[in-house]
Design a protein around this ligand. Sequence first.
Ligand code: C2E
Ligand code: MG
Ligand code: MG
Length: 595
Amino acid sequence: MNVRTVNAAQPLSESEKNVALDCVSAMLTARTLDASLQGVLRTVGEYYRADRVYTMMLVENRHALVMTFEWTGAGKCSIQQVVSGTQMERFPLLKKCMEERAPVFLSRQEPIDLDGGEKEKRPWYFSAFPLIREREVEGFLCIENAREHPEDAALFGTLIPFMVMQRERFNTEERPTGTMEQLMGLPDLRAYTQTVYTLTSEYYTSMGAVCIDIPHFGAVNSSHGFEYGSKMLWYTAKTLTDLFGGALLFRTGEAEFIVFYPNTTREVFLGRCGRLRSILQRRYPKQVRIGRAWAEGVFSGKRLTVEAKAAMRAEAAALAGEEPFPLQPEDYSSVAEATRAGRFVLYYQPQIDMRTGALAGAEALVRAVADDGSVAMPARFIEFLEEDGSIRDLDLYVLEQALAQAERWRAAGYGTPSLAVNISRITLAHPSTLASLLAIQSRFPGIPAEALELEVTERGDRIKTDEFREIVDRFRACGLHISLDDFGSQYANLSLFTNVKFETVKLDRSLIAELGANPINRALVRDLVQICRAYGITCVAEGVETEEQVAALRDMGCIYAQGFYYGRPVPAEEFEKTYLRNAAEQKTISKEERI
Ligand code: C2E
Ligand code: MG
Ligand code: MG
């Protein structure tokens, strides 16, 4: 028999990296501790082709053990009942693991019964890894009889801190039992799209619609905890169901719901809306946006949705003390006209190499300008344009303007700054977008393809990875670069990393804002930066506002940053004056030094 401790602090092999990614991805997307850890145990078990993988936790003043989670290989029975409650003395190997606070590894020859009554000795392996939280060993991760890679331990250096964090993540508050699953089962955006066309005056005499949204839900999750966010979603869905019935309730976004209430009177509908508002405002003051619309006569569900959403935004703006913007939503309906009238202009925000402070590129961000000269941020109109489909016109316009600007800067001797342009996922999915992009690009032959990045946002776990990969691959084949924007704003969907080849990943500012205060975020950002390095993806931190964030990010090996600390989005002339004239001696400004 051979017992020894092993070193888990070795670099990961390629296959271990993939396993680590699958595990971390399973943990981040799981809604329960059970799903999270079972996902990890299964992935680990399959990788090692083990008999069993399980976690044991120390109880009774560290004198006994219980098996908390267990995965068993094909044909192996569970030993959870048998083992749980056993005294620590019975596990000398785990005792050694606890005392030395290091993984232990055992191999021995085990007699196996062969056909015909003969016995043969075969190697049998067992490894145990300590689960350490706040310097205390609180339990073990055990792998029984790994048939493949029996001596690989490096994986666990990466995984265990995440596993320990999972317990914290799910342990904060008591969970409303069975309700998350209920919430997850709500009809989604796809179901809404399929149903909304039937919600017309042809089939119903009247219809009320209510839209609810929790703005900055990613930030709510990071500041109050995942559990709080999940409960908030559940409570909102439950209140809507209680008041309007669940038949036409849809969860159309990560934190967005739409409910329709057909064949009733206006008074009843308004009465229920009033109750809804008072219930939600009492529990979540100022955290939830609500909008409603009502119709009799001729109506369509789609139009009601647009009206309910518009009412929701208008109310939120009024609450925030904003003047109603003089450019009305109707004005955006013809983007072509608005662009001709010069209503949309581009601002540019610098992206900086944190090692040197030098300019590495710029992101073009659209603004709408009203007749009186006031400027509106994209949050106030992008959603409208996405709803009525005209976002594609805007995106193509912005791309053309940005390339024209890049060409002017190139001609003026400033080189070709790497330019990022935002593309809505609606635009990306449109069948003729690729041809339109290439046609626009061909009008600017002086701008190299590598100098352009198309930013697409991650929308939580609703993203369809396969569809995304297929589109990105097609675009890449034509020399276009796609970056993943706002990564981590909802749930960091790590399978995107392994399945879709992005040139750049932009870490959402909610992750960066929490760097100082939230150790889970810090660990997540550190890992994301490392994963980017390992896969040759450029990583840009967004929303960098303080020197401390710069220091922390640099320490983690992140090179590029975009944020108010370095500069706000500014009009082209100001960008040129502030950033390009200084860097004029640099021939090409780019993030080409990939790591
Ligand atoms: P984004 O692409 O993630 O752009 C970054 C946003 O973060 C910008 O907001 C920028 O002003 C803001 N930001 C940058 N640094 C900081 C910081 O340090 N702190 C804080 N608090 N904010 C910072 P903006 O310009 O309001 O744009 C919002 C979003 O609108 C963009 O997010 C993008 O998703 C969308 N958008 C902008 N232009 C376009 C466009 O032409 N087409 C499409 N489809 N979407 C666009
Ligand atoms: Mg962007
Ligand atoms: Mg972003």
